[in-house]
Design a binder for this molecule. Structure first.
Ligand SMILES: *Cc1c(COP(=O)(O)O)cnc(C)c1O
Length: 350
């Protein structure tokens, strides 16, 4: 009855298999809201895929995945001195990311046998060592005999042209820093061709692609998001409705559907230039958003409908102009969402 993600299980699993088969070293990323599916479900799916390691975003996410997947657990957020110690029962499975010189000693003094990857600063400039810092980190690492180096990590921007030049430069830095080989490279956002090319040029390296979106959400045709019509009210022009006591600009129906701010509805990207142009055109025609109605992510009869007012916590009010088919209470309505920013009330996998 709430906001529901329905998954065509056969199709979804076929896609996961396809990505798994095409991606040696695949490291599924299982973080945040679990890409809409939930962390636990994705951890179990990763076990089913037979991968050796998964990546979580935060240390806080470890408990939820660790009981459902029994391989290695890479934490993408770099370790800091204020990171709480991990549960000793997980210490041998967790791979820490290091990205600052001082954190090499700080972590390894606390956990002398820690498994670590060294993150290299890419053109993203989020976290990681520059080439001279990597040199120094490698030097410090040599003083910690028990440390287990699990490779280097590169987080690349979403593809705009080829990443290969940047990756080659960074890998040469890693070799130059004297890190003991053969190195494992944990990497994101490479195309299949780029991965193949990398494997060819660095045949002695192990490449471990970290993939979230293209794995879990790569086949959108397997996914359907729906809400339910909860109420319908016929209104005449001038009738008052909503929290703000606005009046209806013309006759039609107020349709109340499940799904609101608590689910992440309405927190969409601002209008792009093209929708601004659309809006100007509608204004010129005296259309409904001329009176301030904003397009909603809910579709009735394949037409995206307007919010009568901003979404409420658990429900949203839509305005349906007269002439449109009026849906029945209980009918399902399609919703366009950002999966990584949506909490579903229910995930139905068949
Ligand atoms: C989130 C994340 C990924 C996965 O990104 P997707 O675009 O979902 O595939 C990979 N690496 C790092 C470091 C990340 O933070």
């Amino acid at each position: 009855m709430g906001l529901t993600l329905t998954v065509d299980g056969d199709r979804w699993r076929a896609h996961l298999r396809e990505v798994g088969d095409a991606t040696p070293g695949l490291t599924p990323v299982v973080k945040g809201n679990g890409y809409g599916f939930g962390l636990g479900r994705l951890a179990r799916r990763s076990a089913w895929l037979g991968v050796e390691a998964i990546a979580v975003g935060l240390y806080e996410e470890l408990p939820e995945v660790a009981t459902r997947f029994d391989g290695s657990l890479l934490v993408l957020t770099p370790w800091r001195p204020f990171t709480p110690d991990v549960d000793p029962a997980l210490a041998d499975r967790v791979i820490h990311t290091l990205g600052r010189v001082e954190d090499v000693d700080a972590l390894l003094e606390r956990q002398p046998r820690a498994r670590v990857v060294l993150e290299l600063l890419t053109s993203m400039r989020r976290h990681g060592f520059t080439a001279p810092q990597l040199w120094e980190a490698a030097e410090r690492l040599r003083h910690h005999r028990g440390a287990r180096l699990e490779g280097v990590a590169l987080h690349l921007p979403l593809s705009q042209g080829s990443h290969l030049g940047e990756v080659r430069r960074l890998l040469n830095d890693a070799v130059g820093a004297g890190l003991p080989g053969p190195l494992t490279v944990w990497v994101s956002h490479l195309t299949r061709d780029e991965m193949a090319s990398l494997r060819q040029s660095y045949a002695d390296f192990t490449v471990r692609p970290r993939i979230g979106t293209d794995l879990w959400l790569g086949d959108r045709s397997a996914l359907r998001v729906t809400s339910t019509v909860l109420d319908v009210h016929e209104v005449e022009r001038g009738d008052v409705f909503g929290y703000r006591g606005r009046s209806v600009p013309k006759a039609g129906h107020i349709v109340v559907v499940s799904g609101g701010t608590a689910h992440g509805i309405g927190l969409e990207s601002p209008m792009g230039a093209s929708s601004l142009r659309d809006r100007a055109a509608t204004l010129a025609r005296g259309g409904l958003d001329a009176v301030g109605f904003v397009r909603s992510p809910f579709s009735i009869d394949n037409k995206q409908r307007l919010f009568a007012e901003p979404p409420h916590m658990q429900a949203s009010m839509l305005f349906l102009p007269s002439g449109a088919r009026v849906p029945d209470v209980g009918e399902l309505v399609d919703v366009r969402v950002r999966y990584t920013a949506t909490s579903f009330d229910d995930v139905v996998l068949d």
